[in-house]
Design a protein around this ligand. Structure first.
Ligand SMILES: [Zn+2]
Length: 348
């Protein structure tokens, strides 16, 4: 009997519902290595982050056999075991492009068992029925809507996000805001804080027929550029035609260059058909001379009049129970978040 983790249970749902298309199960070692070192599946399609099933030991793991999978003691599906293998530190360093053991993605991966198995899975229907993501956007929006841009986030909306989203809505017909609601590191915003902020945005500011929000329950990896592409592929599979990559997408600390994710997207799109287009947008800031949110692409005062829209500053203010500057976050959104109470705003 194989008990699986919460994270692997979510993976099962995404295989079954097509969010991880074309994957049909957990990677074997050959595919895992190709993804880690070449960002490709065995069929040579681009895929940037490995998806593997962790096990605590290899007892009763027999290649070629089907094994039942249990989550919280419930039978959820099965795997046809193709391979068993160990993941190594140097592969982790390659995934995260750093050897720093303090990187939150590496810390998290090292907490997992290094024993993995690969193979095609089957999930019992009751666990993904009704939660199908594939083509959900076609069901949500009016048929006149042809282009849908995906926006990945793990934070409550601030002015820079709003600026990017409005630009995206000028280019595309509709916007799909898809906050990540799986594992996040300590000190990040809770799902409740993120959703309550967007609720205010939806009720008071955004056109309802063009903007849709739904959480995506999968772990943050903080793998920067590779995770940006991974995020885009998932949104492609959900029906998005475009995907926004802004500043330091899925980055953390100073591990990745602020436009490294955009560069990777540009580079890959040159040589491969990823099935999704990118909106690669410069970092918005508030210009005290232009007196609005701008970017270095449309304002000449980057060095003299720039006030950064700082997520760190917003977090600090909210953590101290203060309303952040209205230049950075709409006051009604700040108030809505603070009303949740500090213990509900941040992950402990
Ligand atoms: Zn300016």
């Amino acid at each position: 009997m194989l008990q699986i983790t919460h994270e692997n249970f979510l993976d099962l749902k995404y295989f079954a519902s097509g969010v991880f298309h074309p994957l049909q199960g957990f990677m074997n070692y050959e595919e895992y290595k190709k993804v880690v070192y070449e960002m490709q599946l065995l069929n040579c399609e681009i895929w940037t982050l490995p998806i593997t099933l962790e096990v605590s030991d290899f007892k009763d793991i027999n290649i070629g056999q089907k094994q039942d999978l249990y989550y919280q003691n419930k039978l959820v599906g099965n795997i046809l075991i193709e391979d068993k293998f160990y993941v190594k530190d140097e592969e982790l360093y390659e995934i995260f492009q750093t050897k720093d053991e303090k990187h939150p993605g590496i810390i998290k991966e090292k907490r997992r068992s290094s024993l993995r198995i690969g193979g095609k899975i089957e999930l019992r229907e009751e666990f993904y029925k009704g939660s199908l993501y594939k083509n959900i956007l076609k069901d949500i929006f009016h048929p006149d809507i042809k282009t849908i841009v995906g926006f990945q986030t793990r934070n409550p909306i601030h002015r820079a996000h709003e600026h990017l989203q409005r630009i995206a809505l000028e280019i595309c017909d509709a916007l799909f805001i898809n906050p990540l609601t799986g594992w996040k590191k300590q000190g990040d915003f809770t799902e409740e804080a993120v959703m309550s902020a967007y609720k205010i945005m939806f009720n008071e500011f955004y056109p309802k027929e063009r903007v849709y929000i739904q959480g995506l329950q999968t772990a943050m990896r903080y793998a920067g550029p590779k995770e940006a592409i991974f995020h885009a592929l998932l949104r492609r599979n959900m029906g998005c035609t475009h995907f926004i990559i802004g500043r330091d997408h899925a980055g953390v600390g100073n591990y990745y260059g602020i436009y490294e994710a955009q560069n990777l997207a540009r580079e890959l799109s040159k040589y491969y058909n990823l099935g999704i287009d990118f909106l690669l947008l410069k970092e918005p800031y508030y210009c005290t001379k232009c007196q609005k949110i701008v970017s270095e692409k449309n304002c000449a005062h980057y060095n003299q009049h720039r006030i950064a829209i700082s997520g760190t500053q917003i977090r600090k203010d909210l953590n101290e129970g203060k309303i952040p500057s209205k230049i950075m976050m709409r006051p009604e959104i700040s108030a809505g978040i603070l009303a949740l109470g500090k213990e509900n705003i941040f992950i402990n």
